[in-house]
Design a protein around this ligand. Structure first.
Ligand SMILES: Cc1cc2nc3c(=O)[nH]c(=O)nc-3n(C[C@H](O)[C@H](O)[C@H](O)COP(=O)(O)OP(=O)(O)OC[C@H]3O[C@@H](n4cnc5c(N)ncnc54)[C@H](O)[C@@H]3O)c2cc1C
Length: 387
């Protein structure tokens, strides 16, 4: 495999780069300050075909490779991590329907999402279940005969749900038996406006502040059996498989954050003068930039390799964990160094450099914390070596 990007992939990359510079960059700092989600920008991503770019053509997507998707996410992450995360979560909520949905569900649920007309969200986390996702307590009570329910009644609370309350379509994980662990978790397609489903508190975040997140509250919300995704008890597998894809997407956005921080620092040190010349002539600072460049290159390499694994249809647990852990740590280190290299200007909220650092921090936490990725990588290592 040459690993070279195709003409189509390069065109998608340059189109996304131009879009991000033209549409996202001018208001990125203002939207972050105001914690403002601009739905018209999401719609424009839809017009450009980004909202379904890696989904198969059979469901209305553009059928791009996952490698191509990482190019899109890197370009968006470099300019506006909030919109990159919003789009990534939108895809995270669609992939399981492509993979696990019936034909009827795919036809009913996906077309308006693929085009960006409707926005999706992925609802797993609860007040008492974050990393230990198998411990979720949102209860799905069967209505009708136990072996042939006509509906489920959902009761419980989700927290930190990105894209809520803007999103129209929610992929919600609930349990048929809160004492039974992963084997009872079941996935449901839930529409905004369903009686008994409402939004709770808005999460006041450190970073990605232009991407909203709220609590979801289910109070005996009735979901028809036609909206159960997969079988009873298949929800945990569905969540894990979606997160495999989602983590590569987030990793790519983190590569973008790190790249933006690196390039901004290099430009600044070329312009900023001290001690008789541009600061870029100081060897200690050049060494810092070189180390930052190394972090970006390494993060990009593992992220693209994980995307290629997805394109080859290989298991994603290990490569996606390595990619997301490596790239989010790289983004955090490089953005922190960029703040340092900008001096007080980096600490100012006017320049957007501290925003990169705040945005990077969240990526070390969501879609599995980087501690959990260490556990996954160790498990996969033992499975491979010991059997
Ligand atoms: C910006 C943002 C957006 C989010 N968006 C979404 C979303 O759209 N949908 C959604 O469902 N959730 C979302 N989340 C929630 C996110 O997935 C959880 O925060 C994450 O899984 C961690 O759970 P927790 O916060 O409960 O931490 P905890 O699980 O309570 O962990 C606390 C600390 O202990 C560590 N830890 C826990 N268990 C272990 C262990 N076994 N070994 C070693 N260390 C461990 C963790 O790494 C962490 O450092 C979002 C979170 C953030 C910050």
């Amino acid at each position: 495999m040459s690993g070279a990007l195709t003409q189509e992939e390069l065109l998608l990359q340059s189109t996304t780069r131009e879009f991000a510079a033209r549409e996202l960059a001018p208001t990125a700092i203002e939207r972050d300050e105001a914690e403002r989600y601009d739905r018209s920008l999401f719609a424009k991503m839809g017009d450009l075909g980004l909202t379904g770019a890696p989904l198969p053509e059979s469901v209305g997507g553009s059928g791009f490779s996952y490698l191509a998707w990482t190019l899109v996410m890197e370009e968006l992450g470099a300019v506006d991590m909030s919109m990159a995360v919003s789009l990534s979560v939108h895809l995270l909520s669609q992939y399981p329907v492509v993979t696990w949905g019936t034909d009827e569900q795919r036809q009913r649920w996906l077309p308006a999402m693929v085009t960006g007309e409707q926005l999706g969200a992925f609802a797993l986390t609860e007040p008492h279940a974050g990393s230990d996702a198998a411990a979720i307590g949102t209860h799905a009570e069967r209505l009708g005969p136990a072996d042939a329910p006509h509906a489920y009644r959902l009761t419980g609370t989700k927290i930190w749900i990105s894209n809520a309350p803007e999103a129209e379509r929610y992929l919600v994980f609930a349990t048929l038996d809160p004492t039974a662990g992963a084997g009872a978790i079941t996935a449901f397609l839930v529409e905004k406006g369903t009686p008994g489903f409402r939004f709770g508190a808005h999460e006041r975040k450190m970073g990605i502040r232009a991407c909203p997140a709220t609590e979801l509250i289910f109070d005996r919300a009735e979901i028809p059996v036609a909206n159960r995704l997969g079988g009873e008890g298949e929800g945990y597998r569905i969540a894990l498989s979606a997160l495999g894809e989602g983590r590569i997407s987030i990793a790519a956005a983190c590569v973008g954050v790190a790249r933006a921080a690196l390039e901004a620092a290099a430009r600044y040190l070329t312009e900023r003068r001290g001690f008789g010349g541009p600061l870029a002539e100081q060897q200690g600072l050049r060494f810092m930039l070189a180390e930052m460049a190394r972090e970006v290159a390494a993060a990009r390499a593992v992220t693209r390799e994980a995307a290629r694994a997805k394109d080859r249809g290989e298991p994603l647990a290990e490569p996606s964990s390595i990619a997301k852990w490596t790239a989010s740590d790289a983004a955090m280190r490089v953005a922190t160094d960029a703040v340092q290299l900008f001096g007080a200007s980096g600490y100012s909220r006017e320049t957007g450099i501290e925003r990169l650092m705040r945005d990077a921090k969240g990526a070390q936490i969501y879609e599995g914390t980087n501690q959990i990725h260490r556990l996954i990588v160790a498990d996969e290592l033992f499975r491979r070596v010991i059997g």
